[in-house]
Write a protein that binds this ligand. Structure first.
Ligand code: CAA
Length: 364
């Protein structure tokens, strides 16, 4: 909270206006270990578990969602390596991301494969003791500044998602270039870029797990990442609610503060209900991860409910602030723009419903 309120919140509106990713502040957070709160201490993490990490992300996101996701997405990129990697790969990941405080990127999405992530077209061709990677990834969070990339590429196009494999690629690998940086309507403090891989040669020892295991590794990372995203969205929604409450107490119309009007009071009640119920779901999903229990369905429920809640609450906050809510001078329009991406990335909320319905039908 102290870091968020002193180092992030006072500057967030300016960074947003300029579309600036504040690398110095992010580096300070990485030095504090915000990207590896849930990682074991023997690998340089804080050993706190997923639930406390979510609590930190919710709190930080009240100051700025884009900065918070630099940390949470680095954590997500590390999941497949720490779960399926060799000891050598885990040490490499821990060294770059946790001990030295580098940023990580999770590289799954391509121009032609978003929701249908199994249709990835990027190729990895085995040549002796190496693989040669060719293709383009897009909408990659942290991509322009990351030191380590977890990349999904096809080692056998004829096998569809069963032909995908996961690779660790370090920043300095020749042939890897950062392409277009996206100019987004919200979430503007987050670095979102295209990555181009042109004859990128990586040693075979950088392949995580077996050939063909990449899709399941990516899904496991998303299982872990979705409660994080839910927690960040909760922070955005909570800040919007707090701004709306504060405004409704000082804004007088018809001779009294507008919070005395039932229309406003009931809106505030609905905002609180949405956030508090989503919070229970996010922290329940985080607990499942900490207890090593299956989380796929609950992670999707948490992500979907929390991000829908944040969006609605941010819209309601703008409504409560009225004309002022629509002005850049007040913080809620930024929260509204920031909230929207959470219904789209880390799996659209329609994809979350695909996951939830699939699980619920299988279970019953
Ligand atoms: N864990 C482990 N294995 C899983 C799994 C999971 N959560 N989900 C599926 N699998 C397995 C299945 O069991 C199946 O294995 P078998 O064939 O051996 O039975 C295999 O994977 C294929 O599963 P499906 O048939 O369900 O796969 P599908 O092609 O229908 O796709 C999907 C499923 C849920 C739609 C998936 O493609 C998906 O989640 N899409 C969304 C992708 C996404 O979230 N992208 C976001 C990018 S990252 C991002 O936004 C990060 C950022 O920067 C913030």
């Amino acid at each position: 909270r102290k870091f968020g309120e002193s180092e992030i919140r006072p500057h967030a509106a300016d960074w947003d206006k300029r579309g600036e990713c504040p690398l110095n502040v992010i580096r300070a957070g990485l030095e504090m270990g915000l990207q590896c709160l849930d990682q074991p201490e023997e690998y340089g993490g804080a050993g706190l578990g997923t639930k406390p990490a979510c609590m930190v992300f919710e709190e930080l996101a009240k100051s700025d969602a884009g900065v918070t996701c630099a940390f949470s997405v680095t954590g997500t990129a590390a999941v497949p390596v720490m779960k399926y990697g060799t000891e050598e790969q885990k040490q490499l990941c821990a060294d770059i991301l946790f001990r030295k405080g580098g940023l990580g990127s999770f590289c799954l999405t391509e121009p032609g494969s978003g929701s249908d992530s199994g249709a990835s077209r990027m190729t990895a061709v085995r040549q002796g003791d190496s693989y040669v990677l060719n293709g383009t990834k897009c909408f990659i969070t942290n991509g322009g500044y990351a030191e380590l990339y977890f990349v999904i590429a096809s080692t056998d196009r004829s096998k569809g998602n069963k032909g995908l494999s996961g690779f660790l690629v370090t920043r300095d690998t020749p042939g890897l270039t950062v392409g277009k940086e996206e100019d987004k309507c919200g979430f503007r403090t987050s670095n979102t870029v295209e990555l181009v891989f042109e004859d990128v040669v990586v040693p075979a020892s950088c392949r995580v797990g077996r050939e063909g295991d990449g899709f399941k590794q990516a899904m496991a990372a998303l299982d872990h990442g979705r409660p994080y995203i839910g927690a960040v969205a909760l922070g955005v929604g909570q800040r919007a609610l707090e701004e709306a409450i504060a405004y409704s107490k000082v804004r007088s119309q018809f001779g009294q503060p507008i919070c005395n009007n039932q229309a406003i009071r009931f809106m505030l009640a609905d905002m609180e209900m949405r956030l508090e119920s989503a919070r229970c779901l996010v922290y329940h999903a985080a607990e499942l991860i900490d207890q090593h229990l299956p989380v796929t369905m609950n992670g999707s429920i948490a992500k979907c409910c929390a991000t829908d809640a944040a969006m609605q609450v941010a819209l309601d906050a703008v409504q409560i602030l009225g004309g002022y809510g629509y002005m850049r001078e007040y913080p809620v329009e930024k929260l509204m723009r920031d909230a929207k991406i959470f219904q789209i990335f880390e799996g659209t909320n329609e994809i979350q419903r695909v996951v939830i319905s699939g699980n619920v039908i299988r279970k019953n």
